[in-house]
Design a protein around this ligand. Structure first.
Ligand code: ADP
Length: 482
């Protein structure tokens, strides 16, 4: 901390005061300059001080003031502060001045001034970042919000409100997440950090508004006492992310469509000529059977031709599928826990992160042998489907639980992904793995069929639990590497 310094002339007038001295005395520079130094001395000591000053000027030398006595400074608010003062004579252009260096020894004052400095810094940061401040009193369940924070939360927010009202300012879809962040922040075993991104319930202009919060809990006697933090409006960033995501989704959909068109054209190309031949042979057979007498030989030749051409079409198709499948899948030994975490990160980055997650990983799970990109793709598909289903139904506390464990009695891992969305009715359930089956207005219906093919290509199985009634529950297995 910079020491407080006052330069005083022989008449006892202050001629210079640094900012620390202004802060300590509580006067602005203008008021201090020209002020008699005794104005900073409590009334009862003023006369004594004037005599002391006159004596000192006769024999000026560098020394501490007060001979170990408690020296008091009277600040502008009328408070007395204990100070250490050291005096040094300075001659400037033949004029004598005394430089008084003051150090507050009042503990409370020091703490307050350090706090004030911190508060000033925080204020500057807060201004620069456009952040609002909240201060949650965890004991009494109340929240203080500064003006900017109230502005972020909307009209209803008061300066000092109940914690429940604070939660009510968060969008219903994000409220459970916000409570979970709060619970984790006050959990003594965690690090007390409060970090989250939430939508607001009452956006000022009825468009979607987002805030990001960052705070820290303070604990006392093993309990969280308060959480102080800042919140920023991140709507612009979120909108940008959403736009980018939408573009990525559109590109992906277009790509899937192109793949489907090219595949369908290849199939059509391969089976078009055998089909045309089947049709021609069919007509010949039809004619041979409709004349009188029936031309059995011709009909037989034509039907033989039909069979041959149909078989040829089948062979062509097998060749095509064989060609597509013969591309060797690169596999490696993988930590399935890590892949699940990566897939979760990807879905959150893709804009599908608005759910509560119950993650049950097994740190000592043996490695699986599979293709990283394909397995991640399957997981992302399943999680995205779950989010889309819950979104479509406006599920308030949307949850996804992911569990990984060893399939009992097998050398395989089993991953379970369940959501609390609408689930799938019995009539639909048998069709969801069919290519191009979709119930979504902009769906393409290939996600599950591709996912199943990918898991099977990696030596596992993918299925849905038909008896699960609280949403949808998918499982897939993968063989262990050893
Ligand atoms: P798409 O997502 O393009 O529709 P999918 O093959 O991934 O294609 O899914 C097929 C259909 O399965 C979906 O349209 C939906 O009806 C149903 N479905 C998949 N996952 C879920 C889920 N978690 N909850 C409810 N329905 C689902």
């Amino acid at each position: 901390m910079v020491e407080a310094m006052l330069l005083v002339d022989t008449s006892g007038s202050i001629v210079l005061a640094n900012s620390a001295a202004q802060h300590l005395c509580g006067y602005p520079n203008d008021a201090l300059c020209g002020m008699e130094i005794e104005m900073l001395v409590p009334h009862r000591f003023r006369d004594h001080h004037r005599r002391y000053r006159a004596m000192y000027y006769k024999h000026p030398r560098k020394r501490p003031m007060g001979n170990d006595r408690d020296i008091r400074l009277l600040n502008r608010s009328g408070e007395e502060i204990s100070v250490d003062i050291s005096l040094s004579p300075i001659t400037i252009k033949k004029h004598l001045y005394i430089l008084a260096t003051l150090n507050a020894i009042d503990r409370r004052y020091q703490v307050e001034s350090a706090l004030r400095e911190n508060e000033e810094r925080l204020w500057l940061i807060q201004q620069a970042a456009g952040a609002g401040i909240f201060d949650i009193d965890c004991v009494n369940g109340r929240v203080y919000c500064d003006e900017r924070m109230r502005g972020l939360l909307g009209n209803e927010a008061g300066e000092n409100m109940a914690l429940e009202k604070f939660f009510a300012a968060i969008h219903p879809g994000d409220r459970a997440k916000c409570r979970a962040v709060f619970d984790e922040t006050i959990d003594l075993s965690a690090n007390g950090r409060c970090r989250g991104e939430f939508r607001l319930a009452q956006p000022p202009d009825c468009t979607e508004h987002w805030i990001a919060t960052l705070g820290q809990a303070q604990f006392e006697n093993g309990k969280a006492k308060r959480i102080v933090g800042i919140a920023r409006d991140i709507t612009e960033r979120k909108l940008l992310e959403q736009t980018l995501q939408q573009q990525r989704n559109e590109t992906e959909a277009l790509f899937s469509q192109q793949v489907a068109i090219i595949t369908a054209s290849a199939i059509a190309h391969e089976i078009n000529s055998p089909l045309t031949a089947v049709s021609a042979y069919g007509e010949v057979a039809h004619h041979a059977l409709s004349v009188s007498p029936i031309d059995c030989d011709r009909a037989k030749v034509a039907l033989d031709g039909c069979v041959q051409q149909a078989q040829k079409a089948g062979e062509k198709l097998h060749e095509l599928i064989g060609f597509l499948q013969n591309r060797e899948v690169q596999t490696e030994t993988l930590n399935l826990n890590r892949i699940i975490e990566d897939a979760l990160l990807q879905t959150r980055n893709d804009g599908f992160g608005e759910f509560q997650l119950a993650l049950d990983l097994k740190p000592d799970l043996p490695a699986v042998k599979a293709n990283r990109i394909q397995i991640q793709r399957v997981l992302v598909n399943l999680i995205r489907n779950a989010v889309e289903a819950m979104r479509a139904e406006n599920v308030v506390n949307s949850e996804i639980a992911i569990t990984v464990e060893t399939l009992s009695g097998e050398n395989m891992a089993i991953v379970t992904i369940k959501d609390n969305g609408p689930g799938i009715d019995r009539n639909t359930i048998c069709r969801i793995f069919d290519p191009f089956f979709t119930t979504k207005p902009t769906g393409f219906g290939v996600g599950l069929s591709i996912s199943r093919a990918l898991i099977e290509a990696n030596g596992g199985q993918l299925w849905i639990d038909p008896d699960f009634r609280h949403g949808a529950q998918f499982h897939f297995t993968l063989p262990y590497a050893s």
